[in-house]
Write a protein that binds this ligand. Structure first.
Ligand SMILES: [Zn+2]
Length: 442
């Protein structure tokens, strides 16, 4: 090995930007339809190649043509330890170039940011993981415990072709995994110059998507008609849409609110947490959704002709339940819609909640504080769902920890699935350093 080879070794700070940029340039748009979703195979092959270059064998598991998932295992030095799963999805939601300031798949660097669909959700973390592993392989670092890497397809459409496929058909790949990290957590929220909260996801709401079916008597639109499916459905949808479910503060949300109100000097009234939440600025919409069950009507369908009263009408409602509340939410909805509406579940995945303690959490906190002395790690509940839903089915304790230091003025939550999604380059480099420390020590 010549000194040329050593000097050619890329710095992780540079490599993470290159890897993230390459991944952003592979359009992995997930439309929710296999016929029009593309790119996951190319992205998985790219990841496999980057791992193979440093001697890590990965296997690509396709759930359907092109729907590629990649899994690899880095052996640890201590066979007595449980394995850690590190997972990231490769797919992204669609982006319309006409709405963006840069092309969403160009991987452009501008104003200190790397721009592109997937920049924070979640090719940034995919690139961090690859960077750390490549650096370790080149420099002979080995983790204490086995690390299982999973790069998945289809997270943006419910994970049936991704994490759920892996856990149902290839569960042996995750043997020995007791804990996992993935999205959406580890990002900073600035309190002031000297203090930043780092929100670590220890809970996520359940997914309860349902379809309402109303039936009535079909008929002619010109006549007196007292049994109209559209009217019945519309009344039920309006009742749900206007309903405010009761506030229930779980342990995770309470811990978060106590910490944040303490830091901000805001009075926290347990009976009325919304007043405190309203003062959180851009993250208020994330946190606000985690104190109650929610139900948002998203689709309506009925009829086939302007002057024909249809015999049936349907609506889709996107409901999200707090931990342990899915059955209660179903009861609440049945009361709201009344006896004439049939409720059909089209997705039902349980909420998750774990405690904010233990060696893994300590390792996260230590790694964050080492790179940002003003770091205040706090647990929080995600209002959405992630691949953790699938992995938790294997008994794995899942955390959202994809470390990222963000500028104070960035509306981070607005970038998820948003226009002009972008990641700060220095935040990405910060993330690599934290992840490296964390994975070495956990
Ligand atoms: Zn995501």
């Amino acid at each position: 090995m010549t000194s040329d080879a050593a000097s050619a070794r890329p710095e992780p700070a540079d490599e993470v930007v290159d890897l993230c940029r390459d991944l952003l340039r592979i359009d992995t748009t997930n439309t929710g339809d296999n016929a029009t979703s593309a790119g996951e195979r190319a992205a998985a092959e790219y990841v496999a190649e980057k791992l193979a270059e440093v001697g890590v064998d990965a296997v690509i598991h396709e759930s359907a043509p092109g729907r590629a998932n990649l899994v690899a295992r880095i052996p640890g030095t201590d066979p007595g330890r449980d394995a850690l799963l590190v997972h990231g999805h490769l797919d992204v939601v669609p982006a319309d170039p006409d709405e963006w300031s840069v092309h969403p798949f160009s991987g452009e660097i501008r104003d200190g940011y790397l721009w592109g669909r997937g920049a924070i959700d979640m090719k940034d973390f995919d690139a961090m993981v690859l960077t750390v592993v490549r650096n370790w392989q080149r420099t002979g670092v080995r983790p204490a415990r086995d690390i299982v890497l999973a790069f998945t397809a289809d997270e943006e459409a419910g994970s049936d072709y991704g994490a759920h496929f892996l856990t149902e058909h290839h569960r042996g790949l995750f043997d020995g995994c007791s804990e996992a990290i993935g999205e959406v957590g580890g990002f900073s929220y600035t309190i002031d110059e000297s203090q930043r909260l780092y929100l670590i996801e220890t809970a996520e709401k359940g997914i309860d998507w349902l379809r309402l079916h109303a039936r009535g008597r079909p008929g002619h639109g010109s006549m007196v008609h007292d049994d109209n499916a559209v009217t019945v459905l519309a009344e039920a949808v309006a009742r749900i849409g206007r309903h405010r479910f009761p506030v229930v503060v779980t342990d995770t949300v309470r811990a978060f609110l106590e910490e944040v109100s303490d830091l901000l000097g805001v009075e926290l009234d347990p009976a009325d947490p919304e007043t405190a939440i309203a003062k959180l600025g851009p993250i208020a919409n994330i946190i606000g959704a985690t104190i109650r069950n929610t139900a948002n009507p998203t689709r309506l369908a009925a009829g086939y002709k302007d002057n024909v009263i249809p015999g049936r009408a349907t609506a889709t409602i996107d409901c999200r339940s707090l931990p342990g509340q899915s059955e209660l939410l179903e009861q609440q909805l049945r009361e709201l819609v009344g006896p004439d509406i049939v409720i059909e579940y089209i997705q039902r995945q349980p909420a998750l909640e774990t405690t904010f303690d233990g060696d893994l959490v300590d390792a996260m906190s230590v790694a964050l504080r080492a790179e940002d002395p003003g770091a205040r790690p706090v647990p929080y509940m995600l209002s959405g769902g992630t691949d953790a839903k699938a992995f938790s089915q294997l008994g794995i304790r899942c955390f959202g920890f994809a470390p990222l230091r963000l500028p104070a003025d960035l509306n981070f939550s607005g970038l998820f699935h948003g226009i002009d999604e972008r990641v700060p380059v220095d935040g990405l480099q910060f993330g690599v350093r934290v992840l490296d420390r964390f994975l070495r020590s956990c």
